[in-house]
Design a protein around this ligand. Structure first.
Ligand code: NAI
Length: 245
């Protein structure tokens, strides 16, 4: 994958970091976007560059159209046209619906779902020209199962699944593969904030009997971004230790 460029949104976080490093091992030049943890972003780029590829980090909000435009322009200029887009940026604002503020609903939908729409729209023109592109969207098992206290989050993740399948149909004849990965319970900052009781309950529902590592997700994303997955599109692949079966 030398001389190909991959953009990972939310690349400073647990799963995004692992994806950035794994794709750099495959030879991709790497751009990550992040919301505010500059230190973490810098550390990811230092890791990526150890694999003799170009690394670039951009502070930007994926829910804002002008920010997304800036991300794409900067990546195109610094490391080349984007061949791989991993829509990974995501947040939670968990609350039972009766107590949910409209602001919590909007922030989650705008980051998790509108962000995927904006980033995808911004990269596909150049992918269509090249007749090559891999787009991987990070959804969640709760986008399939639903979850009490996560109506906003699970709606955004279910939306990503519909978007993924629609894009696979729209872009398939342009040489672009669009898939989604659905992680279960992965050990990152997002899940560290959960109560021990909830963590234990989730763990007890995982047949493989362990919490997932960011690398478990990154391995699947890497496969979907490789030429070995050229005949796979429109799929939602679970990486959840069997949590949802
Ligand atoms: P994390 O909290 O460690 O990282 C989140 C990343 O998203 C950070 O880089 C942050 O800067 C970025 N981000 C947040 N809001 C943003 C915005 N408005 N614009 C740009 N970037 C923004 O979380 P984690 O666990 O690494 O999550 C990554 C993805 O995986 C998310 O989409 C999450 O929903 C999904 N996921 C995580 C699971 C888990 O158990 N950790 C399970 C299922 C899905």
């Amino acid at each position: 994958m030398r001389d190909k460029a991959a953009l990972i949104t939310g690349g400073s976080g647990g799963i995004g970091r692992a994806i950035a490093i794994k794709l750099s091992e495959m030879g991709f030049n790497i751009a990550i976007s992040y919301l505010n943890n500059e230190e973490a972003a810098r550390e990811v780029i230092a890791e990526v560059e150890k694999n003799n590829v170009k690394g670039l980090s951009i502070k930007a909000d994926v829910s804002k159209e002008e920010d997304v435009k800036r991300i794409i322009e900067t990546v195109n200029k610094e490391i080349g046209n984007i061949d791989v887009l991993v829509n990974n940026a995501g947040i939670t604002r968990d609350r039972l619906l009766l107590r949910m503020k409209t602001e919590d609903w909007d922030t989650v939908m705008n980051t998790n779902l509108k962000g995927v729409y904006l980033c995808t729209k911004a990269v596909i023109r150049s992918m269509m020209k090249k007749k090559y592109g891999k787009i991987v969207n990070v959804t969640s098992v709760v986008g399939i199962s639903g979850n009490a206290g996560q109506s906003n989050y699970s709606a955004s993740k279910a939306g990503i699944i519909g978007f993924t399948k629609s894009m696979a149909k729209e872009l398939g004849n342009r040489g672009i593969n669009v898939n989604a990965v659905a992680p279960g319970f992965i050990d990152t900052a997002m899940t560290n904030v959960l109560d021990e009781e909830i963590k234990d309950e989730m763990l007890s529902s995982i047949p493989l009997n362990r919490v997932g590592k960011p690398e478990d997700v990154a391995n699947l994303v890497a496969y979907l971004c490789s030429n070995e997955a050229d005949y796979i599109t429109g799929q939602v692949i679970h990486v959840d230790g069997g949590m949802l079966i």
